[in-house]
Every structure is written in structure tokens, then in C-alpha cells.
Design a protein around this ligand. Structure first.
Ligand SMILES: [Zn+2]
Length: 212
């Protein structure tokens, strides 16, 4: 059995460490809450930042709270082209060796050495939901999107399981624009193969005439 998985679009945003925040906004300053996001504990902040790359910049980029141990900028592949940075697809938090950028706040600026990522698309869910959907944390699944004449099957969608999560698939603005849907987009997990699949292998097989 499958269930409706709400699809939410993450526009470009920043997570900051407290140390980096104080460099940008001043010592002793705090984040100010604007509204809750779908994942419990996560919220949009009043504060905004400028992010600058070799070719371009984005002003007024949203900051999401609470503070994290490392700062991280999440953008789409289109955004990386505008900034003039390579697009590196990573899971949130996995920033070693990723491109950096300049962060500019009202009280200061600095070169962030690494941390600009294109977030790998993923689904947040609770352990109970994972049981129903017969998936495990870090599995990669296919998601068929409900659409009006522009359906997409997303491959390589990472499953992330945690008791504090709320069921939602997160895509960036490029991915959201790739399929046409209504105000409440959703998809379902589809099982195309057995437990372990590899899209590279699938392509090789199709090219050599093997059809599963
Ligand atoms: Zn997410």
C-alpha cells in the first residue's frame, strides 16, 4: 500500500551556526521567529542575508532557525549558475568539499569556505510511516508525482526517518517547476524493482536490451 506524500518546495535559504550569525548580525543578537515550517521545531526568521558568489548574488535570502552546528546555504541548480558556483548535490549537513560563498549581513561579512549545496530530494517520515511504506532510513525510492499533463517519476529520493518528522517530500524550486500540479501537490512511492536498485545499472540494461 502507498499513501499520499505531500510535496513541499524549499526555496533558497540559509542555516547558520551561532558563531557565524554573530559575525553577521552582531554579538549577543538572536534569531527572531516569523513562522513555523512543516518540520516540527524548524522556523522562518525575520533576519535576512546576502549571499554572493563569483558571478552573482542573492539579497534577502531567508534564514531558517534554530541554529545549527555548521552554516549551510541551500540553493537550486539554477541558483548555482547565477552565483557562478558548481552545483553539488548533497544531503543536508554533508558539506565537506562543497563550494563556499560570501555571506553579507548588516553588521559584518565573511567568506564561508564550504557549505553551498543543492539539497538532495528527500522524504521526511516517522518510523510508523516507514513501516507502512516498507522503507528504511536512507533508502532511495521512486516517487510518482500527481500532475496535470506533466507527470514526473523522481528517482534517487532519500528516505529520512525520525520520530520528530512530519510526512513530506522536499524538492527545490527547479524540481517543483518540473511537474505541473495544483495547490496541494503530492506523490506516491512506487516500487519499480526489488529492494536494491541502481539507476545507472538500469540504463546499462535498457541499452543492452535487457528489460526488467
Ligand atoms: Zn527536508
Amino acid at each position: 500500500m502507498s499513501v499520499k506524500i505531500p510535496i513541499e518546495t524549499s526555496a533558497r535559504h540559509i542555516h547558520l551556526s551561532r558563531e557565524d550569525f554573530e559575525v553577521l548580525f552582531g554579538p549577543g543578537k538572536e534569531l527572531h521567529f516569523v513562522k513555523e515550517l512543516s518540520q516540527p521545531g524548524q522556523y522562518l526568521c525575520e533576519e535576512r542575508l546576502t549571499v554572493r558568489g563569483p558571478k552573482g548574488r542573492f539579497e534577502n535570502m531567508a534564514i531558517l532557525g534554530p541554529f545549527r552546528s555548521r552554516s549551510q546555504v541551500e540553493v537550486s541548480l539554477t541558483d548555482t549558475r547565477q552565483l557562478g558556483l558548481p552545483g553539488v548535490i548533497r544531503q543536508s549537513g554533508d558539506i565537506a568539499g562543497t563550494p563556499g560563498c560570501t555571506l553579507i549581513g548588516p553588521m559584518g561579512e565573511f567568506e564561508m569556505k564550504e557549505g553551498v549545496i543543492v539539497a538532495k530530494r528527500h522524504i521526511h517520515m516517522t518510523p510508523d510511516e516507514a513501516l507502512v511504506l516498507r522503507v528504511r532510513d536512507n533508502d532511495q525510492v521512486f516517487v510518482l508525482t500527481k500532475s496535470y499533463g506533466r507527470t514526473v517519476i523522481y528517482a534517487d529520493v532519500v528516505v529520512r526517518v525520525n520520530r520528530s518528522f512530519r510526512l513530506a517530500m522536499h524538492v527545490d524550486t527547479d524540481e517543483a517547476n518540473a511537474f505541473s500540479s495544483d495547490a496541494e501537490p503530492y506523490g506516491v512511492i512506487v516500487q519499480l524493482f526489488g529492494d536494491n536498485y541502481d539507476t545507472h545499472k538500469w540504463i546499462e540494461e535498457e541499452l543492452s536490451g535487457i528489460h526488467r
